[in-house]
Design a protein around this ligand. Sequence first.
Ligand SMILES: [Ca+2]
Ligand SMILES: [Ca+2]
Length: 364
Amino acid sequence: MILPALRAWPTAVLLIAGVAFAFDAGKAGFSIRYQEESSPYRVGAVFLMPGEVLKIQVEGRETGTFSLDTIPGETAPDSSGPTNPAIPAIPAIPASAHSAPSAVPAAVTAPKPSAPSPPSASAADTKASGVRSWKWRAPDSAGLYPLMVRRDGTADSILLNAIVMVPSDRIKEGYLEGYHIGSYPKSPLKGLEFYRTPKGFIRVDERTARVRISPHFRLGQFICKQSPSLPAFLLLKERLILKLELVLEKANQAGYACETFHVMSGYRTPFYNRLIGNVKFSAHQFGGAADIFIDAAPQDGEMDDLNGDGRSDGSDSELLFNLVDGMSVNEFFLPYIGGIGKYSKNESHGAFVHVDVRGFRAVW
Ligand SMILES: [Ca+2]
Ligand SMILES: [Ca+2]
């Protein structure tokens, strides 16, 4: 079931894949931090409640000055820098002082006591580092508000698509603007934040379905399969998007050339989750899970024959599963740890792998 609005896009990907495809991870020359996430991607997304204040920071000790542009919205420089551990207390080193003594052999640099010292942390350094942290207040109306972080004077930038959600208190008898949501468990599983009853939902119409939420994924890929009609509402955790990008990059490095994953199942409403007989606390209901497969050659709606045995089945799922599982040993992957399950082909679905970001390891 493919939404009309999305039909044109997979076709374009197929054409790209058919001609000398080279995977581009889509990373900027710097990273930003927002909510609890860190993202190096040139395109990202963040989901906010009306009026919520979003803090965005350029990470690390990047040189140059940065600016944040919004259309529309309001921005104000964040003056709380020194109190925030993510903002280095040490001012950025000016570009001219990059050959710091510690980076050069001692014999060359051993500074004479009388040698003029490089400029100390001062107003000049602050000017060189510039503003790199902002607070942006989300508007009161639900919708898409693109934010652009730019390294001034360069083409280096990150587009963060801020999407203001519709508050969940507008759900009436299980329906939000006519869309069947159902009802969430009254309290979260084991008190975990991941399973908290959602405060708001992302409204997806034909336009926002096509919005990029990362270099290789669009919002429409995560709509619940309960109905093809729009608008729909969904939940999506920013961390899941980042995890999918990491896994996609790894898959391409492993030789499985693919521009995106086929998301067989992303968000599921409690209504739909119950309909298909899934567990009460399915990670899909909280926007933190995706059932995925690689579908690039051929792009036929089925897992590709990754192991080249002429069949699309559980052994292909196992290869993708092992790839994700193998990432778990890396320290950088710790925030993305979650559930991972492999599924073979049966009469109701093809081969796929479940990944989620529930915060603790679960394997099946
Ligand atoms: Ca395929
Ligand atoms: Ca196979």
